[in-house]
Design a protein around this ligand. Sequence first.
Ligand code: NAG
Ligand code: NAG
Ligand code: NAG
Ligand code: NAG
Ligand code: NAG
Ligand code: NAG
Ligand code: NAG
Length: 528
Amino acid sequence: MLSLSYFFLFLLINISVVEVLGVDKFSRDDFPPDFVFGSGTSAYQVEGAANEDGRGPSIWDSFSHSGKMHGANGDIACDQYHKYKDDVQLMVDTGLEAYRFSISWSRLIPNGRGPVNPKGLQYYNNLINELSSNGIQPHVTLHHNDFPQALEDKYGGWLSREMVKDFTAYADVCFRNFGDRVLHWATMNEANVFAIGSYNGGYLPPGHCSSPFGINCTRGNSSTEPYLATHHILLAHASAARLYKEKYQKQQHGFIGINLLAFGLHPLTNKTKDVIATQRAMDFLIGWYADPLVYGDYPDVMKKNVGSRLPAFTNLESNLVKGSFDFLGLNYYAMIYIKDDSSKLNMEVRDFDADMAVSLSVFRDETEVEYYLPYRAAIQNDTSVNEFPTTPWALQELLEYFKQAYGNPPIYIHENGQKTQRNSSLEDESRVNYLHGHIGALLDALRNGSNTRGYFQWAFLDVLELLDGYESSFGLYYVDLDDPDLKRQPKLSAHWYSHFLKTKGVSSDGFIKLEKNLTAFSHAHFSR
Ligand SMILES: *[C@@H]1O[C@H](CO)[C@@H](O)[C@H](O)[C@H]1NC(C)=O
Ligand SMILES: *[C@@H]1O[C@H](CO)[C@@H](O)[C@H](O)[C@H]1NC(C)=O
Ligand SMILES: *[C@@H]1O[C@H](CO)[C@@H](O)[C@H](O)[C@H]1NC(C)=O
Ligand SMILES: *[C@@H]1O[C@H](CO)[C@@H](O)[C@H](O)[C@H]1NC(C)=O
Ligand SMILES: *[C@@H]1O[C@H](CO)[C@@H](O)[C@H](O)[C@H]1NC(C)=O
Ligand SMILES: *[C@@H]1O[C@H](CO)[C@@H](O)[C@H](O)[C@H]1NC(C)=O
Ligand SMILES: *[C@@H]1O[C@H](CO)[C@@H](O)[C@H](O)[C@H]1NC(C)=O
C-alpha cells in the first residue's frame, strides 16, 4: 500500500513534468514537412468479406469463431473491402497524409503458399491506387496477427522454421506487385506482443499456452514457444528485409522495418531492485527484438534467466538479423509501473512472465490487480472498458530511450490512441486530449533530436478490437453496427485531427479554442 502523502508527491511530480514540457503550443508546421501524419487499421479488423472472393481463413478467423473475442468476429467488420473508396474519400476529407493498413496473407495467398488469388491482388491494387491517386501514402504491414490457418494446420505456424521461407515468398509477392507504389513496409505488427499473447498467455490467435499459465489452455507450451516463435519471426523478418534490399530497394526506393509494442516503463518505487527490474522488463519486452535487430543477439539478462529455452543465433543468423531494418515502428499507448518480483524465478516451471520476474500495472496503486500489457485487463475483466491513463511524457522518455540505447534509429509511431467504450459518445474529449498531449510530446522529442519520421493515430475507424471485440473502440469515426450501411460518423477527435492536419501555421491556441467550439458544435449536432 502506498501512503496518501506519497500519492500527492506523485501528482506533484506529474504536474511539474507537464508544465516543463510546454506541450500546448504547436501546429502541423512545427513538424518537418516530410514528417508524415496518418491513421491506421489492419486487414482482419476492418475489411470484412472474410469468406468472399477466394480469401482463405487466417488464424484470426478460427480464434474469433471459437468465441474467444466476446463472440465478435471480422466476417463483416467495417466492410472496408466494399467501402474502400468511400473510406479513402473520408481520409481525404480528414486531411490524412498517410494510411497504415495491412495485407491479409490469406486473401492474397489463401493456402499460405502456392497460387496467388487474383481477386486479392486486385483488391489491394485498387486500395493502393485509390490512396496514391488521392495523394495519401500507403504504409503497409505484412503480418498483423493474421497468418493463414493452413500454415498453422500444416506445421504449427511460427513454431516451425518453415515459416521463414513461406513468409519471405509472401513478402516477395507483395514487393513485386505493390512495391512500385508502396514505399513503407513493416513485416510484423507488435511482434513482441504477438509472441507473448499468442504463445504464452494464449489470449491472441492462435491461442497457444500451457497450464498453469494463460487462460483455458488446450495446446502449447508457455515455457518454450514464445521464445521459439520469436526466433523464427526475427529470422523471417530479416529474410524478407534482405530480399527487399537485394531485389527491390534500388528500383523502388522504399523502406522496410518491423513494429513492436513499446511501453514507457517506470519503477514503481525508487528501490534499487525495482529500478533494476525496470531495465530487465525493458530488455524482455523491447530488447528481446531490438537487441538482435541492432546488435545481433538477445539481451544478456534473457540468456541468463531463460537459459537453454532461449534459442541461440548462429553467426550467420546473427549477421542476417543485425541491422535488417530501415526503421522501427512503435505502437505506444500507456506507461506501465514495474515492481521487482524475483521470487518468480524460483518457480519450477517458468513462462515468459516468470522469466521476466516483475509485476506490471498501469496504475501506481499496488492494490490494483496486477495485469500485463494494457490488454490483460480486458481478459481478466471483460465487462469494463477502461480508458488509458494519458501519460505523454512517457512517450518522450521512450523515444529518448531508443535514442540512447539503440543509436537513435528512424522511428515511426505506428499506433497511438485512446480507448473508449464503443458507442459511448461522439464527443470524445478524452481522445482529443490524449492525441493533443502525445503529438505535443512527440514534438518535444523531435526538438531534442529524436529520429522519429511519422505518427499514425489508431484507429481511423471503430474497428474490431483484438481483445474487446466490438465493446471498445479507438476510432476517429464511429461505425454504427446497427446500420446495415455501417455508416461512419465523425467524432470530435476526427474534427480535431483534421483541423490540426489542414490548418497550417495555426498554433495550438487555436486547437484549444477549436476543442471548445467543437464541443459546443457537437453538442448541437451530434448528440445521439
Ligand atoms: C474458459 O473456459 C470456461 C469454460 O469453458 C468459459 O466459461 C470461459 O469463458 C473461458 N474463458 C475465456 C477467457 O475464454
Ligand atoms: C515444454 O517444453 C519443455 C522442453 O521441451 C518440456 O520440458 C516441458 O515438459 C514442456 N511443457 C509442456 C506443458 O508441454
Ligand atoms: C525517485 O527518485 C527521483 C530522482 O532522485 C526523484 O525525482 C523522484 O521523485 C523519486 N520518485 C519517487 C516516487 O520517490
Ligand atoms: C473484475 O471486476 C470485478 C468487479 O469490478 C472485481 O470484483 C474482480 O476482482 C475483477 N477481476 C479481475 C481479475 O480483475
Ligand atoms: C535530450 O537529449 C539529451 C541527449 O540525448 C538527453 O540527455 C536529455 O535527457 C534529453 N532531454 C529530454 C527531456 O528527454
Ligand atoms: C453499446 O454496445 C454494446 C456492445 O456492442 C451493446 O451491447 C449495447 O447495447 C450498446 N449500447 C447502446 C446504448 O447502443
Ligand atoms: C469559434 O467559434 C466562434 C463563434 O462561433 C468563431 O468566431 C471562432 O472563429 C471559432 N474559433 C475557432 C478556433 O474555430
